[in-house]
Design a protein around this ligand. Sequence first.
Ligand code: NDP
Length: 331
Amino acid sequence: AMAPLPSTVAAVQIGKTGGIEVLEYKTDVPVPKPKEGEVLVKNEYIGVNYIDTYFRSGLYPAPSFPYTLGREASGVVTAVGSGNVHNLTVGDRVAYLSTSAYASYTAAPALHTIKIPDEISTQDAAAALLQGLTALTMIREGHHVRKGDFILVHAAAGGVGLWLCQLLRSVGARVIATASTKEKLDLAKKNGAEFLVNYSHEDVKEAVMKHTNGAGCIAVLDGVGKSTFDQSLECVARKGTMVSYGNASGAVPPVTIARLSGKNVKLLRPTLFNYITTRDEFETYSNELFQFVSRDKLDVRVHEVYPLSESARAQEDLEARKTTGKLLLKP
Ligand code: NDP
């Protein structure tokens, strides 16, 4: 039997936008009630993602205040709402994408909640889901990567970056990885990168042209944004694709489309959510990701598991570029 639900739960909320000082750890937040199509999950591991810092800083607007941060977690279903809950039942071990994940309990949309296969731990599932799905959808739909493709991956030792390196190796692509330190580049190499560029002091375009015989990369996967965009565009091959999927260094300023004509470049600014909007899309990609993890023995690298009460330290480390792989919070 499940333990009875508490009346209040712990959560990290913001009352206004700003630096890490606006993160408030509270222990008296009312327990959420699962609405139609939702499941209540007792969170065991909560994923920290760069997007959490955008909502905190105001780069992305919060719908209202107080706002509970967090986009993914894993744990156990403790109650189900009415309507279609996609066959989920109390006691299921699940991972999900939702808002309000920085909490001990979250009412998550069943549509974006998936049972964790037995061979994958609850910790690994939370560490894999959002960043792994991002990497997987970007290499399928941002640019459908084929064996032998040269792909430039920025911030290759980060959360999404290490997934990209590993998944691209699995599909036989040739990865040119950038990162800011030698340690990070070594890690990218261990995870499948073939060529390494330290973009804090090396010329990225020069390195890319050298490794690709002057052709450039058929796709550039750029989650760094402002500081790398111009260089990334120079690294794309003729008829190649520039996938600008993030803004860790700041938002990319408006782009004049005439710049794409020099090489007939395709430019995308995709979000994971718009690739997994339907249950079928979410389930298909999630199951494929889990299969990659178990079958290809992918390394689910966790930088640190921080107590939920220390989410400020986690975000500080992430923004200071001190981390590799995944940061998790534990309620
Ligand atoms: P990471 O773990 O990759 O952390 C960000 C990394 O970016 C840093 O470690 C750092 O690596 C690099 N970086 C370069 N310049 C800066 C800077 N000025 N400030 C901070 N970091 C910088 O984070 P995530 O894996 O969570 O996310 C990576 C990117 O992917 C983010 O932009 C995020 O928004 C985006 N994203 C987009 C999604 C989408 O749906 N479009 C979904 C998920 C993530 P180094 O030191 O090597 O430069």
